[in-house]
Design a protein around this ligand. Structure first.
Ligand SMILES: *Cc1c(COP(=O)(O)O)cnc(C)c1O
Length: 394
């Protein structure tokens, strides 16, 4: 009874990323020729006979719609396999099952808040240990290594200050010390940054953000290029069961079709708006990897194909931030990022409220800091909106 897994048969997608976002991992439905992958809303599959198993047995283990998304993501990130989960956090949880009690990981000190909470307040109870360092400074990484260190976990650029970690240099350290090197690539997407090609072992995503791109689904993904990691991820996906539903997999596939186009626009508008903000009175500091003032602009140009649509800037105080944000009419005051619509937030009381105040100060998350996820609206309309906000604090 040989079971052939269709999921592992990666169809080579020809062409550039803008072509592969649309075609990779997908072919017309063999039954009808439907050009879009159908939503296979089924929990189980009929077996041909008692002694003949089909490649499909149960949706927790395998679902054709999810498999299409997984093949697409593996192709875009340049990995051998991808796995889709119910959220970014469940994708990260799957990756952490590569560690065992007693293992230690070195982690970027300003990763996504949910990642920090999960590592410190859940995984510590299972015997894992973490050291939080500024991974943009690799001497700090080297200093944090112990005999029990098994993983280096990095987010680059970071949220909301947009500090970068040199992925290729961090990969060298990881290889030398036999660590599993994980990069959260949510902010850049494979359109602008491909950590596996720079030497990372595993990429994680919250597909909730740019990959889906329309703020209408929650999901996550893990992309690997080592057989042992793929085997473990497949086993854990089936064993834990936090899988992406067929409908949401279809939504993300649909979103990814315009990923290259959207990222190009997020990036173009991001550059225009960051440059505009940098010249404004009433704004103290603008963080954006594409600005000449960014301390790691050379690294940004080297490891990223674009600078993206995330910008943060300091308007001076909580009171000024409140007045500024209160006047905006297009930019919506909300957490999250990566959608077609522009979202704006004040990290100190919103996304980073759970970070202790002293840590926030150290990370540069001041009460006057505002974070913007630049959408794909007309950038001149966004600038006019920001101008309205600035008028309130002049
Ligand atoms: C949102 C986010 C996550 C968590 O993803 P969810 O889909 O919200 O579970 C992880 N990492 C980064 C960088 C994120 O922005």
């Amino acid at each position: 009874m040989k079971k052939t897994s269709r999921r592992t048969r990666q169809r080579e997608a020809p062409g550039h990323l803008a072509t592969r976002v649309i075609h990779a991992g997908q072919s017309p439905d063999p039954a009808t020729g439907a050009i879009m992958p159908p939503i296979y809303a089924t929990s189980t599959y009929v077996q041909p006979a008692l002694d003949r198993l089909s490649s499909y047995d149960y949706t927790r283990a395998i679902n054709p719609t999810r498999s299409a998304l997984e093949r697409n993501l593996a192709d875009l990130e340049g990995g051998s396999r991808a796995f889709a989960y119910a959220s970014g956090m469940s994708a990260i949880a799957a990756v952490m099952t590569l560690l065992k009690a007693g293992d230690h990981a070195v982690v970027s000190h300003n990763v996504y808040g949910g990642t920090f909470r999960f590592f410190e307040r859940v995984l510590r109870d299972y015997g894992l240990d973490f050291t939080w360092v500024d991974t943009s400074d690799l001497t700090q990484v080297r200093r944090a290594l112990r005999k029990s260190t098994r993983m280096l976990y990095v987010e680059t650029p970071t949220n909301p200050i947009l500090t970068l970690t040199d992925i290729a240099a961090a990969a060298k350290i990881s290889r030398h010390h036999d660590l599993i090197f994980v990069v959260d690539n949510t902010f850049m997407t494979p359109i602008f940054q491909q950590p596996l090609s720079l030497g990372a072992d595993i990429v994680v995503h919250s597909t909730t953000k740019y990959l889906n791109g329309h703020s209408d689904s929650l999901g996550g993904a893990v992309i690997v290029n080592k057989a042992a990691h793929a085997e473990r991820m497949a086993f854990v996906q089936k064993s834990v069961g936090a899988v992406l539903s067929p409908f949401e997999a279809w939504l993300v596939l649909r979103g990814i079709k315009t990923l290259a186009l959207r990222m190009e626009r997020h990036d173009r508008s991001g550059r225009v708006i960051a440059a505009w903000l940098a010249g404004r009175r009433g704004i103290r500091k603008v963080h954006y990897p594409g600005l000449p003032s960014h301390p790691q602009r050379a690294l940004a140009r080297r490891q990223m194909g674009g600078f993206g649509g995330m910008i943060s800037f300091d308007v001076g105080s909580y009171d000024r931030a409140k007045r500024f944000l209160g006047r905006l009419r297009i930019c919506a005051l909300a957490e999250s990022l990566g959608g077609v619509e522009t979202l704006i937030s004040q990290p100190a009381t919103m996304t980073h409220a759970s970070v202790p105040e002293a840590d926030r100060a150290r990370l540069g998350i001041t009460p006057g800091l505002v974070r913007m996820s630049v959408g794909i609206e007309d950038p001149q309309d966004l600038i006019a909106d920001l101008e309205r906000g600035l008028a309130a604090i002049r």
